[in-house]
Design a protein around this ligand. Structure first.
Ligand code: NAP
Length: 363
């Protein structure tokens, strides 16, 4: 914080929520069980991805959770080659995904369709996947008209979209299954995940529950837990452990210490891991508008020279990628894409990113 004070008038923290929640069930540590967030980091080519290579050898996968991240990972698992070619995922990721023998992906929610956190747009996208059937739990058809009327309009639209998906013709090579009112009790397997034991939960509006055994086993050599994210405390900033957010007023962080630079927060660190891109846009506008209202009152930084920051970091052995280095990475990724017939291919490894980013910067 002292370094920020020296060089900046204001600091906005928008570091997100990077920790993942755990299920706390037996078998969660077996090989083949991963946090969906780690899978997302891997296929997005994040340089700090904790897993370098996913062994995508399973024919059956289970995704636990009913949010948009669960949809993202399910879609990624079944995407055909032609669709993957249009993305910028690293080439080794693309090859593993293309070779994956996956046939069935079960998305499992502990509550019902009316409580699912999917958004309509993301549900509709699933219907456009080539060579993929979407099989929807019969309980979706049992949602009554009056329940739909009472639901928030976005939820009612999302459930209607799920129903539409369930009515599409079937018979394709890969399947996404939506399973509601089930909670995972254990991941079962010897050397790795082989299946997930699910237990029926209360709440289905079909009280006869004839199609719902109390317990069932779903085969799965790959289990992705997609049950939400959590921010971690940052040194020097207040933190509310109950909400895992930084307390603020319209983005302004104040805990009685006015010697620090003016500090603001935006995004998931500010309001928790919810919302789509538009929500984050509105959220950052609130922060920036609050900042501009007060900007004239803030004490000025002692040394307002951007070059001094880079020099200070380099002195401390930090490998800095300045703007021209970022541009060098951008061009290298485009060139890599061109050579492989794709618009862009991400560079995955941190050492390679730093090497490419330092070339132009030192030229
Ligand atoms: P999320 O929307 O909060 O969904 C988390 C899911 O995990 C919920 O269905 C929750 O069920 C379930 N869950 C939590 N604990 C559980 C447990 N112990 N056992 C079983 N299920 C459990 O979180 P997310 O999917 O990580 O998404 C985070 C945010 O990013 C969301 O706002 C999402 O919309 C956004 N996002 C947007 C996009 C996009 O716009 N395309 C893409 C990805 C993510 P309960 O409701 O029962 O707690």
């Amino acid at each position: 914080m002292l370094d920020l004070r020296r060089h900046y008038d204001v600091a906005i923290f928008a570091t997100g929520a990077n920790s993942t929640r755990r299920l706390g069930i037996p078998g969660e540590n077996l090989p083949g069980v991963f946090a969906a967030a780690d899978f997302v980091s891997w296929y997005n080519g994040h340089p700090n991805a904790t897993i370098e290579r996913f062994a995508l050898t399973a024919k059956q996968a289970v995704v636990i959770g009913n949010g948009n991240v669960a949809l993202d990972v399910a879609r990624m698992l079944v995407n055909p080659r032609e669709t993957l070619l249009q993305t910028d995922v690293p080439q080794h990721v693309l090859e593993l995904l293309v070779e994956s023998p996956i046939e069935d992906v079960h998305i499992v929610g502990r509550r019902g369709p009316l409580q699912a956190k999917f958004t309509t747009k993301e549900i509709v996208e699933l219907g456009k996947l080539d060579d993929v059937d979407v099989i929807v739990d019969p309980c979706v058809l049992r949602v009554t008209e009056s329940e739909l009327k009472q639901a928030a309009p976005p939820t009612a639209r999302m459930v209607a979209a799920l129903r539409t998906l369930g009515s599409l013709p079937r018979g394709r090579a890969r399947r996404i299954h939506f399973t509601f009112f089930r909670r995972p009790v254990a991941v079962v397997g010897h050397l790795g995940a082989e299946s997930v034991l699910l237990e029926a939960t209360e709440g289905d509006n079909d009280h006869s529950k004839t199609d719902r055994p109390p317990r069932e086993v779903v085969d799965a050599g790959l289990v992705l837990t997609s049950v939400g994210y959590r921010a971690e405390p940052l040194p020097g900033l207040p933190f509310d452990p109950a909400t895992a957010t930084v307390p603020h007023t319209n983005g302004w962080v104040f805990d009685g210490d006015d010697t620090r630079p003016a500090v603001y927060v935006a995004g998931w660190l500010k309001r928790g891991p919810t919302g789509v891109i538009g929500t984050n846009r509105r959220d950052s506008l609130e922060t920036v508008n609050a900042l501009l209202l007060k900007a004239a009152d803030f004490p000025r930084a002692l040394e307002r020279n951007p070059g001094a920051v880079v020099a200070m970091l380099r002195e401390r052995g930090v490998e800095v990628v300045p703007w021209d280095g970022w541009n060098a990475i951008d061009s290298a990724e485009e060139a890599r894409g061109e050579s492989l017939g794709r618009a862009r291919v991400k560079i995955h490894r941190l050492d390679e990113l730093l090497q490419v980013g330092s070339q132009r910067a030192t030229e």
